[in-house]
Design a protein around this ligand. Structure first.
Ligand SMILES: [Zn+2]
Length: 137
């Protein structure tokens, strides 16, 4: 059984649904303003830099560096108990946005600020794929 079996699945509504459709294709894409070029994440309708509603879903390199993290020892939801302890980093992506996702195969004691990470994809169900991180290089 997969470690993530039975985990709650992300809501797929509006722009978040579009984000997860790309994840299903194993593509990490963020919105990028087509007027000023600013990347944005989490998905939202308006550019925080210039106020434009225009954007494209631009492909991310999938690479970034750890800004910070938490290690969960006692999950709030029983569904996560079997996975604990697990670590969830906040990552500065190469595109300049910050992203949160669980990191795989990285013991908490080996986490470092600035550690390079890359995105991998977890096909949680036939319909839902979510991004995860793993240590890069
Ligand atoms: Zn803009």
């Amino acid at each position: 059984m997969k470690k993530t079996s039975g985990w709650p699945l992300p809501a797929r509504m509006g722009l978040a649904a579009e984000f997860y459709q790309f994840c299903k294709l194993h593509e990490l894409r963020f919105q990028r303003c087509t007027d000023c070029g600013t990347w944005r994440h989490l998905p939202r309708p308006i550019c925080g830099s210039c106020g434009s509603f225009n954007y494209q879903w631009a492909r991310s390199s999938g690479k970034g560096k750890v800004y910070s993290w938490i290690t969960v020892a006692q999950p709030m939801l029983p569904a996560f108990s079997a996975a604990a302890p697990y670590t969830v980093p906040l990552v500065d992506m190469d595109e300049g946005v910050r992203m949160v996702a669980l990191i795989e195969d990285t013991p908490p004691e080996s986490m470092r600020i600035g550690m390079p990470v890359e995105v991998v994809f977890d096909d949680m169900t036939p319909e839902i794929t979510v991004p995860r991180f793993r240590r890069a290089g």
